[in-house]
Design a protein around this ligand. Sequence first.
Ligand SMILES: Cc1cc2nc3c(=O)[nH]c(=O)nc-3n(C[C@H](O)[C@H](O)[C@H](O)COP(=O)(O)OP(=O)(O)OC[C@H]3O[C@@H](n4cnc5c(N)ncnc54)[C@H](O)[C@@H]3O)c2cc1C
Length: 390
Amino acid sequence: MGEIIVVGSGFSGSILARKIAEELDRSVTVVEKRSHIGGNMYDYYDENGILIQKYGPHFLNTNKYFIIEFLEKYAKLYPHQTKLLSFVDNKYVRLPFNFETVQQLVGPKKAEGLLAKMREEYASRDRVPIMELLNSKNEDVREYGKLLFDKCYKTYVAKQWGKTPEEVDSSVMDRVPMAMNYDERYLNKDFQYLPKEGFTKLFENMLNHPNIKVELNTDALDYIAFDDEKKIITYDGKDVDLLVFTGAIDELFQLKYGRLPYRSLDIRYTYEKKKSILPSEIVSYPQAKGYTRSTEYKKLTYGIDQDINISMIATEYPLEYNPENEVGNTPYYPTVTEENFKLYEKYKKEAEEYGNIILCGRLAEYRYYNMDICIEHALEKFETVKEILT
Ligand SMILES: Cc1cc2nc3c(=O)[nH]c(=O)nc-3n(C[C@H](O)[C@H](O)[C@H](O)COP(=O)(O)OP(=O)(O)OC[C@H]3O[C@@H](n4cnc5c(N)ncnc54)[C@H](O)[C@@H]3O)c2cc1C
């Protein structure tokens, strides 16, 4: 039997490696170009004992309990409801924007009538996207939608994506809908957790299998070649039975059709000798210059003791991804537009010509997958893996 290579050790790569090792009893080499496993979920303790997520804050949110059950094989999960505030007009208001935010932004007197109209128009709706508020049949609701749009969405999107709301895919605007009640949870998903000892530990357990070998600090692109006669991909000069690729698809093909754009983040850290810095674990700053949000990692509840007299906030400054630059060289968010997706389709078509490669994950499929979707998708992809290998 030939080798099986998995490129990337985020959820997509690690899940497939584990399933191949365990259920097909095959040896797998996981090749990771970073110096650590876990992809963008990687976390570590700083010298003060604060558990920091290196690539921005990540929370597990899902309506599908089988995802939780799957992850519980590798880590004890700790309940954590993500709660945010937004700093608007010099005050902290609830995010997701909810009925409390209406009162905070227009005052309780004006809110009375507005809330009644929202309850009537969106009866039985839990969350409503901003674009629907802007197109409400009620003038007052439309006016409130415009206030939120101008003060928060427009400005946040401009920084996050470097684009106007008209230029971004509608899914981007729909990502933070307004709660039609007083629900304080950022997302209205049923099951919300963090791994008790952090994400890295979960990945260590997932990759801890006698059939799995992990090679860090190794760029797979240095070893991948295309055999155009046999229409297979080779690795380090050898035929491989399967190559699971979870890196950026445009880089796999040396950008031959052009670069797929991503937004990146410059994350800047500030320490203060205080028990607490922010009024919430994450604060979003739609009106601030240059930065979008800050996370105070100490406030995330993992069930570990972080009761120390120092704290840190990580503030995100979005910028365009460029692998050549010192900052902004990590591809964080695929810039989903019709044009970019057409470009992605060209790469995908090219990959489909080779019989022994599977593309999986956020970078390889150029999708904004959240972790729950990414996990479910990797589990589904395992069925294709089995078809190729058995
Ligand atoms: C700032 C931010 C916050 C987020 N917050 C949440 C959240 O709260 N909840 C949620 O559900 N989702 C969140 N997500 C989404 C989540 O990060 C993704 O679902 C997840 O990262 C996808 O995992 P993946 O394995 O597909 O990709 P990645 O985690 O990106 O893993 C890909 C791996 O492949 C490696 N690689 C790439 N190219 C090569 C190569 N040539 N050779 C070797 N290795 C290579 C990379 O180094 C990386 O380790 C967030 C994303 C971002 C950017």
